[in-house]
Design a protein around this ligand. Structure first.
Ligand code: X2X
Length: 336
């Protein structure tokens, strides 16, 4: 009797534990979110905001765990999209530049001097061209949900002020591992070197490269001036939107309600981050100048010289991006 009752007690305990485990796994599900930059930067903050909102709205049933610094792809940011498509990563808040090797349409944003201002970026992302880009992402097995923004990318270097293409002659510039960047900086007479963000700061520190290009928020937070980058040219040559996205198989396992929450919170986190990034631009520039960086702004004529020098990049890349998409984006920009 005694041992039988003990056995039944143990059995009950085991069954209880199993029920509890099942209930927990049915309730709380954790999904991974990849980012290149940590929450010291607006980009990482966008992902954290998304996680916060999802946790709140699902009552903790869905948890997004953010993995910054491209750690889920061992630092190789240009593999993030493939890793998300294959299911190695559930979700990401990723850069259009880093995903462009797998989604050629995303090169649209990297066409030099194509989008003159923030209104142009908004016109492209929110219009027919934005829909075409989301379709292009979806056709490759990833569900895009919302836009964010890394920002307009500015040029820095350790050698001297740059206000005309000739100033770039022979300068070694670190660029992201995306072929279009190679073409842009080659067209400008520079010597571009592709490397991941993880390798960029060491390369600037040792002088292996003379310059780099990134938004003001990245320059400011990463203290790029401390590794000898004393000259900064504000040339707004491209803007790098971020995309909030989910692997398609993961998406299919979610309930309608969960999908709605994920999409709405992504849109909210994205809008929040875009507004914050833009608002902070002028104070970031002031902080950078205060640290002794010499800032160059271009006259209209100087700007035009850079536009002319990079025309070949448009000619080469428009067919790869798709004429129809480039036209739709151009129309959106002109009627903004
Ligand atoms: O690598 C960069 O320059 C960065 C951080 O801006 C991107 O991931 C595109």
């Amino acid at each position: 009797m005694k041992s039988a009752s003990r056995i039944s007690r143990i059995a009950a305990a085991v069954a209880g534990a199993a029920v509890l485990t099942a209930a927990l796994s049915a309730q709380a599900r954790e999904l991974s979110v990849s980012t290149v930059l940590s929450d010291a930067f607006p980009w990482g903050q966008a992902a954290e905001k998304w996680a916060e909102l999802v946790e709140e709205r699902t009552g903790g049933e869905l948890t997004l765990r953010v993995y910054p610094n491209s750690q889920l792809v061992a630092g190789d940011q240009t593999r993030e999209f493939s890793a998300m498509r294959s299911g190695l990563i559930d979700m990401a808040v990723g850069s259009t530049i880093n995903w462009s090797p797998q989604v050629p349409e995303l090169n649209l944003f990297s066409l030099p001097f194509f989008m003159p201002d923030e209104a142009a970026v908004d016109a492209v992302t929110s219009g027919a061209s934005g829909e075409m880009i989301f379709e292009a992402i979806e056709s490759r097995g990833v569900i895009p949900l919302a836009w964010g923004e890394n920002g307009f990318r500015q040029l820095s270097n350790s050698r001297g002020p740059i206000d005309e293409p000739a100033d770039l002659d022979g300068l070694k510039i670190r660029v992201v591992g995306s072929p279009l960047f190679q073409d842009t900086f080659t067209a400008l007479g520079a010597d571009p070197t592709q490397m991941s963000w993880a390798d960029a700061k060491p390369a600037l520190t040792t002088g292996a490269v003379d310059g780099q290009e990134n938004p003001l928020s990245v320059f400011d937070v990463a203290r790029i001036d401390q590794v000898g980058q004393q000259y900064l040219t504000l040339w707004n040559y491209m803007n790098d939107p971020l995309v909030f996205a989910v692997n398609q198989q993961v998406w299919e396992t979610l309930s309608e309600e969960e999908r709605t929450i994920l999409r709405e919170t992504a849109v909210e986190a994205g809008e929040w981050e875009i507004a914050m990034t833009r608002e902070q631009e002028s104070e970031r520039l002031a902080a950078i100048q205060e640290r002794g960086v010499e800032v160059t702004e271009l006259t209209e004529e100087q700007h035009q010289a850079f536009v002319n020098a990079t025309q070949s990049v448009h000619e080469k890349w428009t067919p790869r991006i798709g004429e129809e998409l480039v036209d739709a984006a151009r129309e959106a920009i002109e009627s903004r």
